[in-house]
Design a protein around this ligand. Structure first.
Ligand code: FES
Length: 103
């Protein structure tokens, strides 16, 4: 059974300024990429760099420490150590759906 956790108002989430949301077993970073919202684990599986400080290009986030790169989209459901969560926008509020799509 899935549950939702609020990630605040969509209007408050600007491109290039992701927010972190703590959930039960993860810290999730929510990104606004040109008006599309993505939620992924904030820890890089290589050496736990904070992915909210990563660089986003062409639908991927690149780790700021050693350059590993991960797709942002929930359509990528491989188990690569980065959990991806669906983001639902409802009446201007964002919700992260738990569990992750690739849990
Ligand atoms: S910590 Fe992310 S690539 Fe090394």
């Amino acid at each position: 059974m899935s549950e939702r956790v609020s990630a605040g108002l969509a209007a408050d989430l600007s491109p290039g300024a992701p927010i972190k949301v703590e959930i039960e077993n993860d810290v999730v970073c929510v990104h606004n990429v040109d008006g599309a919202f993505y939620a992924i684990s904030n820890h890089c599986p290589h050496a736990y760099a904070p992915l909210d400080q990563g660089f986003i290009e062409n639908g991927r986030i690149t780790c700021p420490w050693h350059g590993w790169s991960f797709p942002l989209s929930c359509e990528y459901s491989e188990r690569d150590g980065v959990y991806r969560y669906k983001v639902i926008e409802e009446n201007g509020e964002l919700f992260i759906e738990i569990p992750a799509v690739n849990a």
